[in-house]
Design a protein around this ligand. Structure first.
Ligand SMILES: [Zn+2]
Length: 116
């Protein structure tokens, strides 16, 4: 339980975004817990890799934009949810009016039957 709590805070710990009391708690835990030390080492490795990628002058592949657009073109068209909602609203309104009309007819018949 403590390890999960610690590991969920390793990134803000690494970025120096935690209050000093929590930072101290995490630092103490890292000294004694091999699992959290391994998680911290993995985070440090990922951090270093990310920084080296940002620092590089890597260029995207030449036809990347065309490939992305090819994928987008074959995606299904977005559904018109607003139109479906309007249809359902009209259907529900029609059903409601039919039920209301039926109830009014039944009430009218009963009132007619109660007349002396
Ligand atoms: Zn731990």
């Amino acid at each position: 339980m403590m390890c999960l709590w610690i590991q969920n805070r390793l990134l803000p710990y690494r970025c120096g975004e935690l209050p000093s009391s929590i930072t101290t708690m995490i630092r103490r835990h890292l000294r004694s817990c091999k699992h959290c030390q391994a998680a911290m080492n993995a985070l440090e490795t990922a951090w270093s890799t990310g920084r080296s990628l940002i620092a590089s002058n890597a260029e995207p592949p030449v036809h990347l934009d065309r490939k992305v657009m090819d994928v987008i073109r074959v995606l299904p068209a977005p559904r018109d949810d607003n139109n479906n909602i309007a249809k359902m609203t009209r259907i529900l309104a029609a059903v409601f009016l039919l039920l209301l009309g039926g109830i009014l007819v039944i009430v009218a018949i009963r009132l007619h039957m109660l007349r002396p």
